[in-house]
Design a protein around this ligand. Structure first.
Ligand code: HOZ
Length: 443
């Protein structure tokens, strides 16, 4: 039936006779061989209940599950797919690169081109080092900041998520928020004692703590537009103060733009705020859907990394031609017109959902920056993690499942971001708002 060969034919016969769908069947098999049936916690649906959906393919704004049902996708591989699924040019770039070899473990042309594209777009980034995930990028950025400054402490903010490196796994967003895990087991006190976690957007707290630890802070790391506690943008005052204090105390300012980089503007969130961080961490979009990460900054800082300096970091698949080509094809398609289109559609979605909620007397609060949207089921503004946690998680779950039955795939957690792609159409948005309106009537 699906053309998967003899095993699939037998499976199909079994599924039909047992009236079971293929997604549930795969989930059962997955549970036996993969922890929670998944390879990353949030996608398990544990936060919203029910079973995760197994997908067969994606094209444009749509995902198709293994049972043939299609969904409008607002996860977009957690923001990586800004052009939508299987964009023709990105796919072609991947295939062309793969046919000439997937990894050389040696330099290639595509990595030079992608580095040039990134440094041209982000003025604070003169040099870049490619890695294979956002976690690697932030982990390496912290090592660089410590090696460069000779200091130990890092300041981070509750609700921001910087990947799963030990130093970051306290009061963090994404899966840690979703599953209410304050500090990950396995992270030892000796490591976490050098992490100071403060309230996001709290200028006074940052000033006080920086003054208290004035000689010890290697870096302040933040998501300028937090996308892992829902969407919570930093205030301009907060970002400016972080820059000012890092300069004052000789600490490095690290922007984690793994999500916001090249999503909210051509030059990332730093372009919107007009602030230059010392180190920028990237991921997602710069891999065009392939695994990737990067960190970059001024020549002066970056030259401390090996082989020029003594901060060590390495990677077998780093800069591989497939991921580099996919990222390059993606960035080259992202000009002003694409950002304007994303803004227009995202505005339509934001206002459509707000109006539908109001009509149905459902309290929601929406934060949006470009094509990043956070929907909170609360009537108060959301400016930090404490505010974000006031969202009615049960209402979100009901909303999520109702939307799913209507063919709209939202993030399976109230603490993640709704992403749009350039493949989403006006009609997609209209259909989504209509669905939201129906969902608000029943939740
Ligand atoms: N941490 C990512 C979301 N911010 C990925 C979640 C997942 O795939 O489960």
């Amino acid at each position: 039936m699906f053309g998967y060969g003899a095993r699939a034919a037998a499976d199909d016969a079994w599924l039909i006779s047992n009236k079971q769908n293929r997604s549930d069947y795969l989930y059962e098999r997955a549970l036996k061989v993969m922890v929670g049936g998944v390879n990353s916690p949030v996608r398990s649906f544990r936060a919203v209940g029910g079973k995760p959906i197994f997908f067969r393919k994606g094209k444009g704004s749509r995902l198709f599950d293994v049972d043939g049902k299609s969904y409008l996708d607002y996860v977009c591989s957690w923001g990586a797919l800004i052009l939508g699924h299987a964009d023709d040019e990105v796919t072609e770039a991947i295939c062309r690169a793969a046919m000439e070899g997937t990894s050389f473990g040696a330099p290639c042309e595509a990595e030079v081109k992608l580095a040039e594209e990134v440094t041209e777009r982000m003025k604070s980034v003169e040099m870049v080092r490619f890695v294979n995930s956002g976690t690697e990028a932030t982990m390496s950025a912290i090592r660089l900041a410590r090696g460069y400054t000779g200091k130990k402490k890092i300041i981070k903010f509750a609700g921001c998520y910087h990947g799963h490196y030990d130093s970051f796994l306290a009061d963090s967003g994404s899966g840690m928020a979703t599953f209410s895990i304050p500090i990950s087991a396995g992270v030892i006190d000796d490591t976490i004692k050098h992490t100071l976690t403060l309230a996001y957007n709290d200028v006074a707290m940052l000033e006080n703590v920086m003054a208290e630890w004035r000689d010890d802070v290697a870096a302040v790391i933040l998501e300028p537009i937090a996308g892992n506690m829902g969407v919570v943008p930093a205030s301009k005052e907060f970002i400016e103060k972080a820059r000012e204090l890092c300069d004052k105390y000789n600490s490095l300012l690290i922007f984690d733009e793994v999500i916001s980089g090249f999503r909210v503007a051509r030059g990332g969130a730093q372009e919107l705020y007009g602030i230059k961080p010392d180190i920028t961490c990237l991921g997602k979009i710069i891999g065009g859907g392939m695994p990737v990460g990067a960190y970059g900054g001024s020549r002066q800082i970056m030259k401390h990394i090996a082989p020029e300096g003594n901060v060590y970091q390495a990677g077998t698949l780093a800069g591989n031609p497939v991921a580099m080509s996919a990222g390059l094809a993606t960035l080259r398609k992202l000009g002003m017109q694409q950002y304007e289109q994303l803004e227009r559609l995202s505005y339509m979605l934001e206002h459509g959902i707000k109006a539908a909620a109001e009509e149905n007397k459902v309290s929601i609060s929406i934060n949006r920056v470009g094509s990043m949207i956070g929907i909170f089921f609360t009537d108060s503004d959301v400016k930090n993690y404490v505010d974000a946690r006031k969202t009615d998680a049960k209402a979100y779950s009901k909303f999520f499942h109702y939307m799913l039955t209507l063919g709209v795939y939202l993030p399976p957690s109230p603490f993640e971001t709704v992403f749009l792609s350039t493949s989403h159409s006006d009609e997609d948005i209209r259909m989504t708002v209509e669905s939201a309106s129906k969902a608000f009537q029943v939740i």
